[in-house]
Design a protein around this ligand. Sequence first.
Ligand code: FES
Length: 92
Amino acid sequence: MAGKAGSCIVVCRSGVVAVYENVCPHISISLNIFDDQDLTDLLDDNLLVCSNHGARFRIVDGLCVSGPCQGKRLTSRSFSVLDSKLLITTGS
Ligand code: FES
């Protein structure tokens, strides 16, 4: 996983691989407060937790299930795997 503007978070958990823009739908800032934060701290079972105000997102589809942006979603990014490399689609 990576942090800050323009970056994505790649999550592989319980057989699910997901790629999301690192932008919390609450106030459009990154999910991790600090650049050097260990992003595994954002994981809680099958949820991704925003370290700013604690919004909790399902890893499988990015839906916020609790917190200040409940009902909103993380923005997913398309990806493919080629020769064991994860290729994330850029642009719209
Ligand atoms: S910025 Fe993510 S919960 Fe507020």
